[in-house]
Structure formats: structure tokens, C-alpha cells
Write a protein that binds this ligand. Structure first.
Ligand code: AMP
Length: 423
């Protein structure tokens, strides 16, 4: 019987993982510079947390949750990071310790989607959450953090989209305006949008269906009906983005898929690399009502998540790590094998990656293996070398060979690798 990975869930083999680690550490560093610290929350949470926080009419909750039941408890694999992080924030009463909390996370998320390039059932997000600051300066700073991270990795031609969907008052008023506009066009809408008209009309604004898009093109803009406080926030956001030099585009149709958003919404898109149709690298928004809605204090919050798989597709070879030179030790015979183990440890103690091949075999086959592994040096030692207190070192890149005293070999190889790295 042959087993395969579950549909939409992928293995990351070591060559690939190295690219990921590079991007992950860049994210950690970048978020850290803005004062964010890492939080790690469980992958499984109470199903109700997501229904409550993410919204019953959000697509994720309606159709995409991996659910399970265990001893009468209804659980789910997390489809996104925000609800779990908010729960952890409340459980730890962080607001009692600090007025503003900045957290970031990295981890797997799960959504039962139709898999395609850039869209998977298990995928990884890196995200930031900021609790306790009503904005709009921190909104602009967070958008700058996200766009700046992509730029730092070398992505150009980013498209930063922003919008405001106002607070609950504005939203309720806009909902009525929108429904009044859409209802006479109901028959021209897709079946899905017709249902949305009743439960979540704002989502029709970002429908992908061409039928819906035609109708929506003439819809009134939410930006025209913002109340005074929402407008002040919106104006403040744009002023701060201008001050930070973040280029952006105002897109009044940007509503995003999760129900909890208030005021600021944003997305960063790119057409780099092999992204294809799934070109949204990341996005987020303000969710001022969530903590209170979860039984916590009335604290504002804002966050974003970016998709690691998509980011790596966009980066292509640019994410390839710089290979560090390493040593392969080829002992010939049992006595040499034990000496080889010791030499490998000496090299590791100096910070040099070393591998001993203790399987025996001919010099030719050992050398072949060393070049297969792309080792920089192959250290050959047999009885003759042991007796003379030396080793033979082959520089596989330079195709040269030299004899070195056994006592000096570790330090000499490290010096050689350091010299090469500096070039
Ligand atoms: P969301 O949590 O839906 O706002 O998504 C934030 C980001 O996560 C998106 O911009 C994508 O980069 C990524 N993302 C969302 N869903 C998927 C998925 N099914 N597969 C891969 N990446 C995803």
C-alpha cells in the first residue's frame, strides 16, 4: 500500500526548507525591529472560537473549517491566527500588564479549499497583531511594516491597496444603502451574491463573478458615507502613509473575507515570480470589536497575515540561501573511521559542518559521494596517514590536494572556509 500526502497539504523537503528558514528569520528580525515578539498558540482551538470571532457568514467558517469532535468537545484546526492570538491575549490578561501589545506568529493554518497554485489546505502564515492602540498612526505603521518586509526581501512592483469600511454605525448605514442599490439589480447577480444580499451584502463587493462585478461597478462607495470619527481616522491613515512614504491605492471595493473588520483594511499584491492568479501576498485590517465580543475589555486591535507559500513563489530563486562550505571525511579502514569521528567533532566544535562516511568502500566511491554532497573539502585518512600523523585534504572546488598535519587540520580547514566565505 502506498500512502500519499493529503490533498492540498504538501511536504517541504530540506532544500525547500532552507529557503523557508531564510524568509522566516527575516520576518522575525523585521517584526522584532518594530517591537513585536513571537506568540505560539495551539493549532487546535474550540470550534466556537472561530465561529464567534471570524463570523458565521465568513467563507472560512461557512465552508472551509476542518472540524472534529473529541469527548463531546467540538474542535477545529485553526483557519487563521487572529482568533487564537486574541484568546491567548485575553487568557493572559496582557492588557493589565501593558497598554499596547505587539505580537507576531508563524505557523500552519488549515482551510478546506479547492487546491491550486498558491492556494492549499494546509498553508503557513506569518502575521502581526497589535492590541490597545486605536490608530490611525499604528495602522499606517503596520501597513509599512508589511510592505517594507516584502521590499526588504527584494520584491518590487508591490501594489498596496487600502480601504475603510468604517465602524459599526457606518457599516450598518452603508449596508442599507448597498442593499437598496443592489435589490433592483437582484436578477443580474450570481446565485451566491443573491444569498449574500440577505446575510452579508458587503461581500458582494469583492465577488469574483463578472456578473456581480458589472452590477457592483455602479454601487455607492462606503468612503462617501463614513461618519465623522471614521473619516478622521481614514484621513489620518492616509496622512501617516504619505509621511512614511508608503505608496498605496485606495480601493473602495476592498472588503476582505472575514466578518470582524472595522475601519482600516489593506492588502498587498504582487505579480512577481510564479504567483499567477493568487497574487495577494498578505492583508489585514482593524478589528476593534473582537476582544469585547469575546468577553474581554473594549480594546482596539489591528493585524495582518501573509501567506508564506505565496511569498516563496513570488521570491523564486531570490530566496535561495547562501550555501556554506562543509567537510566530508572519508576514512579508509576501521582505525581511520574512529579517527574520522574525532576529527568531525573537532570541526563541529569550530562551527564547521562535517560529515563522516563510516560505511567503508573505495576511495573513488567516497570521493563521488563527497562531490554529490557538494562538500568543499574531502579529508582522506587511512592507516598510512594515521601512522604519519597527517591527512590528505582534497579541495573539491579547486581540484587541488594537500597534505596537512593531523593536529592542525581542523583549524586550517576552518580558516580556508572563512577565507572563501569572505570573497
Ligand atoms: P487571509 O487570512 O484570508 O486574510 O489571508 C492572508 C494571506 O494568507 C493571503 O493573502 C494569502 O497569502 C495567504 N492564504 C490565505 N489562504 C491561503 C491558502 N488556502 N493557501 C495559501 N495561502 C493562503
Amino acid at each position: 500500500m502506498q500512502f500519499r500526502a493529503v490533498k492540498g497539504m504538501n511536504d517541504l523537503l530540506p532544500e525547500e526548507t532552507e529557503r523557508w528558514q531564510r524568509v522566516e528569520s527575516a520576518f522575525r528580525r523585521h517584526a522584532g525591529l518594530y517591537g513585536y515578539s513571537e506568540v505560539r498558540t495551539p493549532i487546535v482551538e474550540a470550534l466556537e472560537l472561530f465561529v464567534h470571532a471570524t463570523g458565521e457568514t465568513s467563507e472560512v467558517v461557512e465552508k472551509q473549517m476542518f472540524e472534529m469532535e473529541r469527548s463531546g468537545e467540538r474542535l477545529a484546526l485553526r483557519p487563521e491566527g487572529t482568533p487564537g492570538s486574541a484568546r491567548a491575549f485575553l487568557n493572559a490578561s496582557r492588557h493589565a500588564r501593558e497598554p499596547v501589545t505587539r505580537w507576531y506568529y508563524l505557523g500552519q493554518m488549515f482551510r478546506a479549499e479547492q487546491p491550486q497554485r498558491g492556494r492549499y489546505r494546509q498553508f503557513n502564515q506569518a502575521g502581526c497583531e497589535l492590541y490597545g492602540d486605536p490608530g490611525p498612526l499604528c495602522d499606517a505603521e503596520l501597513i509599512g511594516l508589511l510592505a517594507g518586509f516584502f521590499q526588504e526581501l527584494g520584491l518590487r512592483d508591490l501594489d498596496v491597496l487600502i480601504n475603510s469600511i468604517g465602524g459599526p454605525g457606518t457599516r450598518a448605514r452603508y449596508r442599507e444603502t448597498l442593499v437598496a442599490y443592489l435589490t433592483p439589480h437582484k436578477d443580474a447577480l450570481s446565485e451566491h451574491a443573491q444569498r449574500r444580499l440577505l446575510d452579508n451584502p458587503l461581500r458582494i463587493l469583492d465577488s469574483k463573478s463578472t456578473k456581480d462585478r458589472e452590477v457592483v461597478a455602479g454601487a455607492p462607495s462606503i468612503l462617501d458615507v463614513l461618519d465623522d470619527a471614521d473619516r478622521e481616522h481614514w484621513d489620518g491613515l492616509r496622512r501617516a502613509l504619505d509621511a512614511l512614504g508608503v505608496q498605496y491605492r485606495v480601493v473602495p471595493g476592498l472588503v476582505r473575507g472575514l466578518d470582524y473588520y472595522t475601519r482600516t483594511l489593506f492588502e498587498v499584491q504582487s505579480n512577481a515570480g510564479e504567483l499567477g492568479a493568487q497574487n495577494t501576498l498578505g492583508g489585514g485590517g482593524r478589528y476593534d470589536g473582537m476582544l469585547k465580543g469575546m468577553g474581554g475589555p473594549d480594546l482596539p486591535a489591528i493585524g495582518f497575515a501573509l501567506g508564506m507559500e505565496r511569498l516563496l513563489l513570488a521570491l523564486g530563486d531570490a530566496a535561495a540561501p547562501v550555501k556554506e562550505g562543509h567537510c566530508f571525511i572519508a576514512p579508509l579502514g576501521d582505525r581511520a573511521a574512529l579517527e574520522g569521528l574525532k576529527l568531525a567533532n573537532e570541526l563541529r566544535a569550530l562551527g564547521v559542518r562535517a560529515e563522516v562516511d563510516g560505511r567503508g568502500g573505495s576511495l573513488k566511491s567516497l570521493l563521488r559521494r563527497a562531490s554529490g554532497l557538494e562538500a568543499r573539502y574531502c579529508v582522506v585518512l587511512g592507516d598510512n596517514e594515521l601512522d604519519r600523523g597527517i591527512v590528505q585534504v582534497k579541495n573539491l572546488a579547486a581540484h587541488s590536494q594537500e597534505e596537512l598535519p593531523r593536529a592542525e587540520v581542523a583549524a586550517r580547514l576552518r580558516a580556508g572556509l572563512t577565507r572563501e566565505a569572505g570573497r
